[in-house]
Design a protein around this ligand. Structure first.
Ligand code: GMT
Length: 375
């Protein structure tokens, strides 16, 4: 059954973090393809460019009602989703992260009743790998997964982990993340000048600095490099760097590391870099890695979670915690621009083939049509 453009409600976190960034990119692509997309969040998602035809943003007020001892977000979110679902006759909610978004969607659907939008839940990682093990959340997550009309995971690895943690009977479809580079506003030379660089090898790290990113290992890898005097580590931080300040002094790295906080648009920095360095102990996918790869930069990373699915055989990966191997890999790139170029190009070609919007967004559209047709 062929269905026309859909009305889709998207709930996501608005901050710098893979799930919100992916949800925002998906919403923009869907609007470009003629769908009407309604975002729900407590702030405008950092990469949501408004106004754009077909894109709407509904701010949810976190309730600080004096009757309650704690602020509440899930109920106001569910109410907003239900109101918009009714007034705009949404076809489906696509929620990113089980808690609170999938749960709010379940509640909104009960509020709306028989004509409620279908629910597609996309799992991004910590919502099942961490919260799924937390007895205070596990049952609620399980409820949301069982009551969604479709559940997707961003990698095979996350699908397997989720199945192991929850023993679900329902299928989980893997739809990987995608990325669309935006033309950088400044030239590579301008950006490097702004960062105070001349001919240093610029190693980029892009993340929210949560403990799972192992920033300690990131700094220790750089400290182990034979070429540390020739390199600069540039951290685009979506979270506070303060906890790692003492380590900078301990490893005598202060002059080698540049940190910029909360940068929403990363393209010009990706273009200005020479390589990416990621030392996470787990990534369901690693959207920052994909962004780096799309700019034809070679990546040094550990073989954990879904990272092998993103990188394939385009760059070697190393056992988790093998800092000697990671530092040697970095040295090889610094010492051989040809190798860096070859690995970077190989990664980009693979990413273009597998993780472009044109490859991934139609997979979501096909899923939406299946669940809406099954109403
Ligand atoms: O990595 C984070 O801490 C943020 C988190 C999120 O939900 O925003 O990222 C998760 O989702 C991203 C988008 O699908 C994935 O690329 C990240 O690998 C995943 N993080 C983890 O699994 C730790």
């Amino acid at each position: 059954m062929e269905l026309g453009p859909l009305k889709i409600g998207i709930s996501c976190f608005p901050l710098i973090g893979g799930s919100g960034i992916l949800a925002t990119a998906l919403g923009s692509e869907l609007a470009r393809r003629g769908h009407e997309v309604y975002f729900f969040s407590y702030a405008q998602p950092v990469r949501l460019d408004l106004p754009q035809e077909g894109l709407h943003f509904h701010r949810v007020e976190v309730a600080h009602n004096p009757l309650f001892p704690c602020p509440d977000y899930t109920l106001p979110l569910a109410v907003k989703m239900a109101e918009v679902a009714r007034s705009k006759q949404l076809d489906l909610f696509h929620v990113h992260y089980a808690v609170p978004h999938a749960l709010a969607a379940c509640l909104a659907s009960q509020i709306v009743g028989p004509s409620a939008p279908r629910i597609v839940t996309t799992l991004h990682g910590s919502d099942t790998t961490l919260l799924g093990q937390d007895p205070d959340y596990r049952t609620a997550i399980e409820h949301a997964l069982v009551h969604s009309d479709a559940v997707t995971a961003v990698s095979e690895n996350l699908r397997n982990q989720t199945q192991q943690i929850f023993h679900l009977k329902r299928p989980i479809e893997v739809i990987p993340n995608f990325f669309t580079p935006n033309k950088p506003k400044r030239s590579r030379e301008e950006v490097r000048r702004d960062l105070g660089l001349t001919d240093e090898f610029l190693v980029l790290h892009l993340s929210n600095l949560r403990p799972v990113k192992r920033i300690d290992l990131l700094l220790r890898t750089v400290a182990k490099s034979k070429n540390r005097a020739r390199l600069r580590l540039f951290i685009l931080a979506g979270g506070p760097f303060d906890p790692y300040e003492p380590l900078l002094d301990e490893l005598s790295l202060r002059k080698r590391v540049i940190v910029r906080q909360n940068t929403a648009v990363v393209d010009e920095y990706l273009a200005a870099a020479d390589a990416g360095l990621y030392t996470s102990e787990y990534e369901s996918f690693g959207l920052g890695i994909l962004e780096t790869v799309f700019y034809a930069k070679p990546v040094v990373a550990f073989r954990v979670g879904g990272i092998p699915e993103v990188i394939g055989d385009s760059c070697p990966l190393y056992p988790f915690g093998d800092l000697t191997a990671a530092a040697a890999a970095l040295d090889a790139l610094i010492e051989s621009p040809d190798l860096a170029r070859e690995l970077g190009e190989r990664g980009r070609n693979r990413a273009l083939e597998r993780f472009s919007a044109d490859r991934i967004v139609p997979q979501y559209e096909a899923l939406y049509r299946r669940v809406v047709a099954g109403r």
